[in-house]
Design a protein around this ligand. Structure first.
Ligand SMILES: Cc1ncc(COP(=O)(O)O)c(C=O)c1O
Length: 550
């Protein structure tokens, strides 16, 4: 039985009211689910699809009472974890329309506006970010070979670009030939190059680079960082030279603008210069979070060196209030890029193939929904000024929190906390900081992640949410500082006990052994980044003198 759209008129209005109430009352809910274990949901729902249609009201009720309690409310003002994704309503409207205007969108002919609006929106955003002109499409720059399209996630963008770079590298080795498409050869000859290809990113790069390298069956090499957690260009150059000497083929380098854990911005000019010294290296910039800041003239210095890049991705869903999924990805040479994905089928052909690149050539999926609609509504309803005001607020709120932390002599901020991410720690060993983090997260009042910053375990506090204000972070700070005091009292109590009988070395809370940190780290954590950082840190942590008192 088809559902008619008159019903939707009624139910849609109810749903919009429901969504508005959800957002309006978000603070009254706990930000976190309570005491749930895997498998909590199935017993609450029927074991099979219902035989007969059910009413909208029943379904929404079940959502509200059974499913919603299993959510972390990422827009909650007490949520300072991950990079919360946006839910600004213009983007929600765009997604609704995209669902309603059913399209397959894989070729220009399948719905011309889907392709064209996506290219136009990506040009708008590239210009707002002041990206180099070569990333613009020919709509905006007649001489350009470049352009941008949307990807489902930063990882997907990484995957597409690494596949294209791999394709290019193999062709370079074989004077332009690939055997993958030739009957009988099946890619055997190409595959022989895979074990030689090497990609590079800093130890602080997101884990998706390593994941994608594994999927592409190429070697992944992580590069050391400097004292500010930025990739060391000299270490990159040494690694590339060493690999070349050993017969490997360096083919892909990733620089990060806004590392997930520390918010560090790699110096793109220095990395780009290194890449340009060697033939055939594809330089990709993962600006998932931090790239959004390029919209601010005051932050443009962070994008110096983008002229060396072959590709870049920026995610409006990570910092520009936009609902996920929304990864903007640009490439300097669109034709060179799409060659890696170009497989023809009779039913996909159309008469304008030569004049416009179909979106299906931008990655692995064939069909795609009308993704750019959410940007169309966001860009027009916020405008550059609206976004800039929000980005400045993120900076201000982050700095405000950092000031609160530094005004307490028990704590130290360890990163350059000017971009909405504050990494801080008690002036104690890692073990004590872990205990503090656990105490805080156990309250379920606020939530923070552990991170490694300047080789020390830190608490990571992110303020990229629409509803995150100075008042909210002050409230969070009072809680953190309260638990730091509790922890100090606990340590004193244990010390007193140990003086009475136990050796102090046995004090679980007071052990100086950061090398065991990874074993103890059981809270949600980026395991591989931690591992890498620890491997890189050969000197055990010894607390400086001023790190003695909580
Ligand atoms: C710098 C960076 N790159 C890549 C990713 C992966 O993003 P996605 O979930 O869109 O694949 C993240 C996630 O937070 C990130 O911070």
């Amino acid at each position: 039985m088809a559902k008619n759209y008159e019903e939707f008129r009624t139910h849609g209005k109810v749903l919009i009211d429901y969504i508005c109430n959800y957002v309006k009352t978000i603070e009254k809910r706990p930000a976190f689910y309570e005491n749930l274990k895997p498998g909590f949901l199935a017993p609450q729902l029927p074991s099979d699809m219902p035989e007969n249609p059910e009413s909208f009201t029943n379904v929404l009720l079940d959502f509200d009472q059974k499913i919603l309690p299993g959510m972390v409310h990422g827009i909650h003002p007490d949520f300072f974890t991950f990079f919360g994704t946006g839910n600004a309503y213009p983007s929600v409207i765009g997604d609704m329309l995209s669902g309603a205007i059913a399209t397959v969108g894989f070729s220009w002919a399948s719905s011309p506006s889907v392709t064209e609006l996506e290219y136009i929106m990506l040009d708008w955003y590239a210009k707002a970010l002041n990206l180099p002109d070569f990333f613009l499409s020919i709509n905006s720059n007649k001489n350009s070979k470049g352009g941008g399209a949307l990807q489902a996630s930063a990882t997907d963008a990484m995957m597409s670009f690494m596949i294209a770079a791999r394709d290019r590298a193999i062709k370079q080795q074989k004077n332009g030939r690939r055997d993958s498409h030739q009957p009988g050869l099946g890619g055997n000859e190409d595959a022989a190059y895979l074990p030689k290809l090497v990609c590079y990113a800093s130890v602080n790069a997101h884990g998706c680079v390593e994941k994608v390298a594994n999927l592409c069956m190429v070697k992944y090499r992580s590069v050391k960082v400097d004292a500010d957690d930025k990739m060391k260009a000299s270490a990159l150059e040494n690694a590339i030279r060493e690999d070349l000497e050993n017969g490997f083929i360096p083919f892909f380098v990733v620089g990060t603008s806004g590392t997930t854990e520390q918010g560090a911005f790699d110096e793109l000019d220095k990395i780009g210069e290194v890449c340009s010294k060697f033939q055939g290296i594809w330089f990709h910039v993962d600006a998932s979070y931090g790239g959004n800041f390029f919209m601010l003239p005051s932050k443009r210095y962070l994008s110096v060196g983008l002229n060396y890049a072959d590709s870049i991705n920026v995610n409006p869903n990570k910092l520009l209030l936009t609902a996920a999924d929304c990864t903007c990805a640009w490439v300097k040479d669109v034709q060179g890029f799409v060659e890696a994905f170009d497989v023809e089928a009779l039913y996909l052909k159309h008469q304008y193939e030569e004049s416009i690149v179909d979106l299906r050539h931008w990655g692995t999926p064939l069909s795609r929904r009308f993704r750019s609609l959410k940007l169309f509504f966001m860009f027009r309803m916020y405008g550059l000024e609206g976004f800039q005001a929000f980005l400045n607020k993120v900076i201000d709120v982050g700095e405000h929190f950092a000031t609160l932390v530094t005004s307490d002599s028990r704590f130290r901020v360890k990163n350059d906390a000017k971009n909405g991410i504050v990494c801080f720690r008690l002036n104690r060993n890692d073990h004590v900081n872990e205990s503090l983090l656990k105490m805080i997260n156990d309250t379920k009042k606020i939530h923070l992640l552990p991170t490694i910053c300047k080789k020390k375990m830190c608490l990571r506090f992110v303020v990229n949410r629409e509803y995150c204000s100075e008042a909210q972070v002050k409230r969070a700070w009072l809680l953190i500082s309260h638990y730091a005091t509790n922890l100090r009292d606990e340590i004193k109590r244990r010390r007193a006990l140990s003086i009475e009988g136990q050796a102090e070395e046995n004090d679980e809370l007071n052990q100086e052994n950061s090398l065991n940190f990874k074993d103890r780290m059981t809270i949600e954590t980026n395991e591989s980044a931690v591992k890498k950082s620890i491997q890189d840190d050969e000197t055990p942590t010894v607390a400086p003198k001023d790190e003695s008192a909580v």
